[in-house]
Every structure is written in structure tokens, then in C-alpha cells.
Ligand binder design. Structure first.
Ligand code: 6PG
Length: 247
């Protein structure tokens, strides 16, 4: 049986793609606020979403009632919040500070806690409390994809791929010789909307393997992103989509 294809949107380059990602982001946020009075979003790290965040804080700043939005992070590096490597720092500088988001609506990984496992347990408790008081999962999870087909910090052949109880874990990544902090697939697959935002020819092979390849989740972890009832969107620029067939 062929896999149901997710919704694919392919645009010329990252700039054009980021405008469409902003349109979809705003649509999802406003639908959630209309329906529930609030919206919860897990932001992606890395470099790809940088332009999207800049647009949301500028051309799109009046498109959403931001005080109804809570921000989470799909993953974080094992670094201080003010590190140049921090996903929180990137989003804070490009999106949260420019929009004047109340810090009480921003749930970051508290990497200042001495042991990385305790940072993960702290975030797990935060997510658990948030989900149980709302009775539903996140409204939107933004994700990137690495050239090795990882997503969030769910890397190939790592323990976190198999986590089905906890919402947040410290995941040892051999190839990085370090821990990464990441939400787990139960969080992602319980979201109402999941949006992959992928740019660059260096991601084309991973995109092809994840979307059209044999089901090999240890090799291609992003294949495990299968929202149980939520919408799945792939937003790709042409270089990242260049190895896909029958479009
Ligand atoms: C991170 C991200 C990670 C990222 C991909 C793509 O912490 O880096 O969460 O999953 O989305 O590695 O990264 P780029 O957008 O930098 O290519």
C-alpha cells in the first residue's frame, strides 16, 4: 500500500518559502486562537527558520494576537541560553524579543540546571503540566531536517527514537559527542499541525529518503513524524525537493 503523501509545498528558494511558511503559520495560529482562545507552538532550531522568524516579527507582526501564543522549543543544544549555539537565543533575538513576547509565555529548556538529564526532566514536567491543563497537545510543531534525516534532536540510531512515555529527554548523540535535548515523537505526533521547513540541495537526499524511501526509521528518523490526527506539511525549496519524483 502506498504511503499517503503529506501536503507538499515547493517554492523557488528559502526567501519565497519563508513567506509561505509565515502565511501557514499565521493561518494555524489564528485558527487555534479562534477555536481555543490560545495557541501553543514548538519552534525549530538551526538556521533554516531564521528568515521565517524575521518575517513573523516584521511583515507579519500584526497578523496574530501574539499575547495568546505560548512558545516551546522542539529541541535545544546542551549549552547556556546565551550561547551562539542556543536555539532559544536565535529565536529570542529574531522573534520573541522583537515581538515583545511576555517571557512567561516562553518555555525554554533550562540548560542552566547542572545535569542535562535534570534539564530534560524539568522540560518533561513543564510539557506534561501544560498538556494536562489544556487537555490537548501542541497546536503547531515546526521542524527542520538534517542532511542525515534527523529532526528536532532525534538523530539516527539514538535512544530517543524509541521513547514513548516521556515528552522530553536528554539524547546522547555519538556523532556529536554530546547530549542534545529533544521532545519525543509522542509530542510531535500528538500535535494538531506539524510543519517541516527544509531548504538547500544538501538536504535533497534526506528529503527523498524520508518521503519516498524505504521505511527505515533508524536511518531516517524524520520518517517517524506521523501525526496521529494532525496535519503534516512539508515546505521545501526547489533544491531540497530536487530528488523527489512524481511531483
Ligand atoms: C537544531 C535543530 C535541527 C535542525 C536541523 C536542520 O537544533 O539544529 O533543531 O533539528 O532543524 O539540523 O538545521 P538547519 O536548519 O541549520 O539546516
Amino acid at each position: 500500500m502506498t504511503k499517503p503523501r503529506p501536503s507538499l509545498l515547493i517554492k523557488k528558494d528559502l526567501n519565497e518559502l519563508s513567506f509561505h511558511a509565515a502565511d501557514l503559520f499565521v493561518k494555524i495560529a489564528n485558527e487555534s486562537i479562534t477555536k481555543h482562545g490560545s495557541c501553543s507552538i514548538a519552534l525549530a532550531g538551526g538556521s533554516t527558520p531564521h528568515r521565517l522568524y524575521e518575517l513573523l516579527a516584521s511583515e507579519y507582526r500584526t497578523a496574530v494576537s501574539w499575547n495568546n501564543v505560548s512558545f516551546f522549543f522542539g529541541d535545544e543544544r546542551n549549552v547556556p541560553a546565551d550561547s551562539a549555539e542556543s536555539n532559544y537565543r536565535m529565536a529570542n533575538e529574531t522573534l520573541l524579543l522583537p515581538l515583545g513576547i511576555d517571557p512567561r509565555s516562553v518555555y525554554r529548556w533550562r540548560t542552566e540546571i547542572a545535569r542535562v538529564e535534570r534539564t530534560a526532566a524539568d522540560y518533561d514536567a513543564t510539557l506534561s503540566t501544560y498538556f494536562h491543563t489544556r487537555g490537548r497537545g501542541l497546536d503547531l510543531v515546526l521542524l527542520g531536517v538534517g542532511s542525515d534525516a534527523h529532526t528536532a534532536s532525534l538523530f539516527p540510531h539514538t535512544d530517543a527514537l524509541h521513547e514513548v512515555e516521556k515528552f522530553a529527554v536528554a539524547n546522547w548523540v555519538d556523532t556529536l559527542h554530546d547530549y542534545r535535548l529533544t521532545v519525543t515523537f509522542p509530542v510531535i505526533n500528538n500535535a494538531s499541525n506539524v510543519m517541516f521547513l527544509v531548504s538547500g540541495v544538501e538536504k535533497a537526499k534526506a528529503v527523498k529518503n524520508v518521503i519516498e524511501g524505504e521505511f527505515m526509521p533508524e536511518e531516517y528518523p524524520a520518517q517517524l513524524v506521523k501525526p496521529s490526527s494532525g496535519n503534516l506539511y512539508w515546505l521545501l525549496d526547489k533544491p531540497a525537493a530536487s530528488k523527489l519524483t512524481n511531483l
